[in-house]
Design a protein. Structure first.
Length: 244
């Protein structure tokens, strides 16, 4: 498993407010909020960090315009911040069969409707999702690209990219929140290589990436990037603090 991207519910200021947009750019991320997919119901904008990224979603209409129904429902209830952590895997079908008792969803190609709902666009990858955690409005998703050609196709669109500024990828994500015992049971089921500590658990992924889940009163996320740039800075996007 590898970190692929973070799905983040955002207010529109992150896509329209020039001061907010510039604060992201000042951190070293060449953010272009006008780029990215969308429909009449939602607008996505991306912060590309090497081969990983933040996919930031602002709803334009309450129905979400074809966006994932559970995420739309939480957005309309006021949720802002990280809503899904997507991990890239090599064999999604095998993982699905091994973890079907967790109520993981069946692998399906991501689709969304556009053109007044008359057309459906399918993306070149399949996703499965574990149930939302009990204590935190977050779920873990798994993704497998259709083939290597699709990987290369997608990566050519991952521009402008922070690696041009020496920020080369995401190396660690720490997620703090009021996780329940059942939540930690699910985490222990999903991940094989791990190390418990007093209030949580450290997960070791491929590419020397790490996830940390820690029990705390508030839901907060810290993203640490790998950087060859001596300049250290940080930016806050909803409940996510990104450090370079």
């Amino acid at each position: 498993m590898r970190i692929d991207h973070l799905v983040v519910n955002i207010d529109k200021k992150y896509q329209t407010d020039k001061t907010v947009i510039q604060s992201v750019r000042n951190t070293g991320f060449p953010y272009e909020p006008k780029w990215g997919k969308g429909t009449k119901g939602f607008k996505a904008s991306n912060i590309w960090i090497g081969n990983e990224y933040l996919e930031m979603i602002h709803l334009l209409k309450n129905d979400g315009g074809g966006w994932k129904a559970e995420w739309v429902e939480k957005y309309n209830r006021g949720h802002r911040g990280l809503i899904c952590l997507m991990l890239d895997v090599d064999d999604l079908d095998k993982i699905y069969e091994e973890m079907i008792d967790t109520n993981i969803t069946k692998p399906q190609y991501l689709q969304f409707k556009w053109g007044l709902g008359l057309f459906t666009k399918a993306m070149p990858w399949r996703n499965s999702y574990f149930p939302f955690f009990e204590g935190v409005p977050l779920q873990i998703g798994l993704q497998q690209m259709k083939d290597e050609k699709s990987v290369k196709f997608m990566r050519q669109y991952m521009v402008p990219n922070s690696r041009d500024n020496g920020i080369n990828g995401i190396e660690k994500i720490k997620i703090k929140g009021p996780f329940t015992e059942s939540d930690f049971e699910l985490i222990n089921t999903i991940f094989k290589i791990k190390e418990p500590f007093n209030n949580g658990i450290i997960i070791y992924l491929d590419k020397n990436q790490k996830l940390i889940f820690e029990k705390a009163n508030a839901y907060e996320v810290n993203v640490t990037t790998s950087s060859s740039n001596a300049k250290q800075s940080e930016v806050k996007i909803e409940n996510i603090l990104i450090s370079t």
